[in-house]
Design a protein around this ligand. Sequence first.
Ligand SMILES: [Zn+2]
Length: 160
Amino acid sequence: MSLTVRVGQGFDVHPFSDDPGRALVLGGVPFEGPGLAGHSDADAVAHAVIDALLGAAGLGDIGQHFPDSDPSLAGADSLDLLRRAVAAVRAAGWVPGNVDCTVVLEAPRLAPRRAEMQERLTDAVGAPVTVKGKRAEGLGALGRREGIACFAVAVVTGEG
Ligand SMILES: [Zn+2]
């Protein structure tokens, strides 16, 4: 019996919404808008973490587990989706080790809320989740403030 370590990566991007009433949620933490467009709450950070964990466990991707054609997921709290994804990862025999995220955005500044994001994500995953903010330095769609992207990498362990 040996310990197997597997790694997964996740990426997500959402454009900003035209709806002024839409909230901006990143890593389960509400920020000053504008919000992001999407079927759920459009939390690109939570979604990238989900894909990283599912990928590490060999369980496909977020679209298979939580299709955006599912009306019950409209406006869904993505931390709930993350908890459900973690339950699936654990049910498959894998234990999350840690997750690290890089959020690419010009605004808002993440630093003042980073500890809170890390706490909420860590609580949902049951393992350390770290978050870094990175500006796109004005380049491309992200640099023009058209949306927010997130990269995540996750490690899971199990007896494989
Ligand atoms: Zn997403």
